[in-house]
Design a binder for this molecule. Structure first.
Ligand code: NCD
Ligand code: ZN
Ligand code: ZN
Length: 356
């Protein structure tokens, strides 16, 4: 960490282990390029993309194709593989991580998940769970019980297989406590800062898992402050505004452009330290994904220590709306450096090669 006067801060580049860059059959929502622009605008140098694309990435062939496409982006691109129908597909793809959705559990059953866990224990992949047991879903509702029940199921699977497990976008302080010693966890900016009382727009605030009560949300924030949460990740999930304003809005919130600023606002409020910021949104996720993010390796972000008002219209990708609209945040990303280039907010790009 380098602080330049009281106005600028240089941090290692941020690493977001949960993003949806869409593209393919969903390119009307976002593209890989648009997602990468939004990441750079938010100080993020590496992402891990989710496999719920169209088609869903369940084969080694699709996995390779997508990774190949991502390798052309101006940021470091990683991908969580989707649950394959046949476990042997993992031997072909050799992914570092596999993402398990409640929809996968509903479709293939917990038995299949346990087989994946056995295979991953051998191949050393990480199982990344969207941990809500679909048996607890009731006519479109997804109560907190669904998270509690899933944690118990996953605990048993880890006990029996020894697989390495990460639970993404946890919403309950209970989950942070109950997983100590056998799983790592992350929390999103929206589950830490938004709740059913302070987020009122029914469409823009609709997300999986659901926002919780202020009481639960504040205890989740307290868990972050006390070091019980390992990683901070956005679940940046672009949809079009038309889809969000339709009679049947899809769940998902975009926040990669502002996630670092929201976290730095928690630093300003004294909730987390600057070391925590770097640990939560750079060091720990980079270790999980196996990327080496370091200022000295030219992967860094420059932040101006100043308050500003969040505006979706400033977002750099396709998704230009946010339930954080008009929120005051602290710490504007001025520039992000990756792969020998520095990208400024103004749109300028310079090569980091030494002058001839
Ligand atoms: C995700 C998406 O849009 O891909 N939406 C969300 O609300 N988090 C899918 C999901 O995680 O269910
Ligand atoms: Zn999810
Ligand atoms: Zn997601």
């Amino acid at each position: 960490l380098v602080q330049l006067s009281n106005r600028y801060l240089i941090l290692p580049g941020m690493v977001d282990l949960h993003v949806h860059f869409r593209d393919w059959g969903l390119s009307h929502k976002e593209t890989l390029e648009g997602g990468a622009r939004a990441a750079l605008a938010g100080g993020v140098v590496a992402v891990a993309d989710m496999p719920n694309t169209s088609p869903h990435i369940r084969t080694a062939e699709l996995y390779r194709k997508r990774v190949e496409q991502g390798s052309g982006l101006p940021i470091l691109y990683k991908l969580h593989m989707g649950v394959p129908e046949k476990v042997a597909e993992l031997d072909q793809a050799r992914p570092r991580s596999v993402k398990i959705y409640p929809e996968d559990v509903a479709r293939f059953g917990w038995q299949h998940v346990e087989k994946l866990a056995e295979r991953c224990a051998t191949l050393r992949c990480v199982l990344v769970f969207h941990c809500e047991d679909p048996a607890y879903f009731r006519n479109g509702e997804r109560p907190p019980d669904a998270e509690v029940a899933c944690v118990e199921k996953v605990r048993q699977i880890v006990h029996r297989t020894g697989a390495r497990v990460h639970l993404t976008h946890i919403t309950l302080p209970y989950t942070a406590e109950a997983t100590r010693g056998w799983a790592s966890v992350d929390a999103t900016p929206h589950h830490l800062l938004l709740d059913v009382d302070n987020c009122k727009d029914p469409a823009l605030c609709l997300v999986n898992p659901r926002l919780r009560t202020p009481e639960i949300r504040k205890r989740l924030l307290a868990a972050l402050a006390s070091g019980l949460i390992d990683i901070y990740a956005t679940d940046h999930a672009p949809h079009t505004l038309e889809e969000k304003r339709s009679g049947n809005p899809p769940p998902g919130i975009c926040s990669i452009d502002i996630a670092l600023s929201l976290l730095l606002s928690l630093w300003k409020r004294g909730v987390v330290s600057l070391d925590d910021v770097v640990r939560l949104y750079s060091f720990r996720p980079s270790r999980l994904l196996g990327v080496d993010v370091d200022v000295a390796r030219g992967l860094f972000t420059v932040v101006r220590l100043e308050e500003f008002e969040i505006r979706g219209s400033d977002f750099a990708g396709s998704c230009k709306f946010t339930p954080f609209e008009k929120f005051k945040a602290f710490g504007q990303v001025e520039a992000t450096a990756v792969r020998g280039k520095i990208y400024f907010k103004t749109g300028e790009t310079y090569s980091l090669q030494p002058p001839q």
